[in-house]
Design a protein around this ligand. Sequence first.
Ligand code: PLP
Length: 399
Amino acid sequence: MQLSEILSKFNEPETLKMAKLGRELRANGINVIDLSLGEPDFNTPEHIKDAAKKAIDENWSHYTPVSGYADLKETICKKLLRDNGLEYSPNQIVVSTGAKQCIANTMFSILYDNDEIIIPTPYWVSYSEIARMTRAKVVFVNTTPESGFKITPDQLENALTEKTKLFIFSSPCNPTGAVYSKNELEALAKVFEKHPNVCIISDEIYEYINYYHGGGKYESIAQFSAIKERVIIINGLSKGFAMTGWRLGYTASAPEIAKANEKIQGQFTSGTNSITQRAAITALASPLTATYEMVKEFKRRRQRVIELLKELPNLKCVEPQGAFYIFPDVSYYFGKSFEGEMINNSSELCMYLLNHAHISTVSGDAFGQPGYIRISFANSMENIEEGFKRIKSGLEKLS
Ligand code: PLP
């Protein structure tokens, strides 16, 4: 069969692949502990589920406006003012089927054929692959543990060319948990001020899962008025409200970009699921009590995971300041083997840990950072304890 050439230009998400392999082993009766998870292990809060049930009973069952219900867009504007001190109007908001669709819409709205997009590594798996679907040229900028895996203003300045149209980053970052401070964002904003044709995607999906400010005020790069027009905020319900399966994300941007995103979405999927949108109004307008309860638990686990990692002296890591991952350097084990099976890179180490220690993690290669693995702590404390025990005994067998 002659399938499109575009399929050879991008990969399927490595994170989903690992979850699938783990499921397959589990189906064969093997007790695999999943620390590859990219989603909260909590249930959606009751008041949000009640809002969805009510929406079903009230027959919110028709096609929805492509950019989202007007009252949801109003609610999102109020949320941006309440949590971020940012003013937006409903014509600047587009509601989509997950933050992933928001990113795809925005990339297709801005990028085409050989336009350049700058992505600091490590980065979330889909950034590069969606950009490649637009036929843009992806320019990676390698960040280092010394800068806390954050791009510096000099690195940004050096990567920008007259072909650069877009920059994308997440704070808190998946996979490193890096969180940019207000000063760091301001320094980057100053560089962007000198490059007026560059738009900035600020992926804020982990906004609430933030330990850096003690769970306090979140800093968005959109707060700098000189560049706000060119910032596209990406956010959604998946992480902060434990609603990954509900599929709702949104963008806040200049009205032209919102219109372009609406045009693209109008052809691909139309408006987002009606029930999810009604429930989203409740999620975003209610006090964030349930969210902060989850964050409290993530914080407790983060502390424990940092301690457990210290018991593995050959793994080095930068402590995560947000999200629910820890991202250690595992390169010490390259060149070591078990029963004739040599480990040459982090993908092979992840497969070794899965097959021999029955623990699933994700290779840093998936995030553009060879030599590292991502371990999620979006799992129970009991599974985290057992998972680290298995990692430890798996690594000890390598010589
Ligand atoms: N951005 C980042 C950094 C993520 O980690 C994820 C999900 O893992 C997404 C976006 C996509 O979120 P959604 O479930 O809303 O599509």
